[in-house]
Design a protein around this ligand. Structure first.
Ligand SMILES: Cc1ncc(COP(=O)(O)O)c(C=O)c1O
Length: 397
């Protein structure tokens, strides 16, 4: 399907469906009539094969207690092998109700109060919240923004921060929300070797792993240097971003090391007594085994790419000094309006003039990002045109 056909088949007006993004604007904004480009979910129905699999199951079975379905485990293992050249062992798979809960349980299992946790900023704000809610200081190591607006790491700054703060856990994000960078194997090798040298546990959030349309392929942390760091890594993922099913409560937590896995599962059993969510397992199995789901994903990425290219070309034509980062992964555009808008005017301009609900840059690491916005492009081109035109109309060179 081309992008126009995909949109006419799968786009859905979500207003009135209790969608956090559309109907929950009062949670973060002063108005409720904005075009929402904030929460990271999509305005598209998931592939029909997933819809059908869920409907078929609920029509044929009660939703009684279930055990983990081996077909689901096979589907996950097969997906990682086929899509990411990553060989998982069945034993490594455990779970959480979602990725952030999995990260919170790792923090509880592997750190004590006041143990430091490192992140590379700007980064998804829930990492910070998970650490600070558990009274663990977050050590923000700012990435460098290069001339081409790509982000990179100063490894000696990273290592110095790890040593200075005696960091115990590093939360890595690949592809990186919000800057859209897909980390290369070499970059991860350098980062992880620093972690290894200083006994730092790596949590790799790979939730955006399938949303890669740029030139760099996604590499799971588990496969870096032929698995050299796998004993020291916990990866998290789910189908929630790739197939727009974030309300399903299930994430894969992959822990190759047996001791770490035992510690995680012990911590999990203190607060959670369910092994499997049958609807999530049905959805995941359908998503990871039906060719139709993979085609849907390919078509979706083409829509997101078209939206990104449209927005970039129009915005840069009108506002050539904008700094837009390459979106190699995710469906989130990271744009710095600092050449045109003062930090203190950003909220007023976006909310009251442009009529857009963006994710504001400061949500990803504080005031240094106050002139940035993150815009969610997983919507119709029509919505992207409205947002783009409105920015051009209200932001002046
Ligand atoms: C990098 C990253 N991790 C985790 C999440 C949230 O995942 P979950 O709903 O599974 O907790 C998001 C959502 O935007 C995200 O971008």
């Amino acid at each position: 399907m081309n992008p126009a056909e995909f949109t006419s088949t799968y786009y859905i007006d979500r207003r009135g469906s209790h969608s956090r993004k559309w109907d929950g604007q009062h949670l973060k904004f002063n108005r409720t009539d904005l075009l929402p480009l904030w929460v990271a979910d999509m305005d598209f129905m998931p592939p029909r094969c997933i819809q059908d699999a869920i409907c078929t199951y609920v029509k044929a079975h009660p939703l009684g207690y279930t055990m983990t379905n081996p077909n689901y485990l096979e589907a996950v293992i097969d997906w990682y092998k086929r899509r990411h050249n990553c060989i998982l062992s069945k034993d490594w798979l455990t779970s959480a109700p979602n990725v952030i809960t999995g990260i919170m349980w790792c923090i509880a299992a592997f750190t004590k109060t006041n143990d430091a946790i490192a992140v590379l900023t700007p980064v998804y704000g829930a990492f910070d919240a998970s650490a600070s809610d558990a009274k663990r200081p977050i050590i923000a190591v700012p990435m460098n923004r290069n001339e081409d607006n790509r982000y990179s790491i100063d490894y000696s700054t990273f290592e110095a921060a790890i040593v200075k703060h005696d960091v115990k856990v590093f939360i890595h994000c690949n592809p990186h929300n919000p800057v859209g960078h897909v980390w290369t194997e070499d970059e991860m090798d350098q980062l992880f070797s620093i972690c290894k040298r200083h006994g730092v546990l790596i949590i790799s959030d790979e939730i955006h792993q399938d949303l890669v349309a740029g030139p760099l392929p996604f590499t799971s942390a588990l496969t870096v240097s032929n698995g050299a760091y796998a004993n020291n890594i916990i990866t998290m993922s789910s189908l929630s971003k790739s197939f727009n099913m974030a309300s399903l409560h299930h994430a894969e937590v992959i822990i190759p090391n047996e001791d770490l896995r035992r510690q995680y599962n012990t911590c999990k059993s203190l607060v959670y007594h369910t092994d499997s969510d049958v609807i999530a397992e049905i959805a995941i199995t359908a998503a990871y085994t039906h060719p139709e789901a993979e085609m849907w994903l390919t078509d979706l990425l083409a829509v997101v790419k078209e939206n990104y290219e449209y927005m970039c070309s129009q915005l840069l034509h009108a506002l050539p000094e904008l700094r837009i980062s390459p979106m190699d992964g995710t469906y989130l555009a990271w744009i710095d309006f600092g050449a045109y808008v003062k930090a203190e005017d950003m909220h007023n301009i976006f909310e009251n003039q442009c009529g857009i609900a963006p994710s504001f840059g400061e949500w990803f690491g504080g005031k240094s990002y106050a002139t940035f916005v993150r815009l969610n492009l997983a919507t119709s081109l029509e919505n992207i045109k409205i947002a783009t035109n409105s920015m051009i109309q209200h932001i002046h060179p």
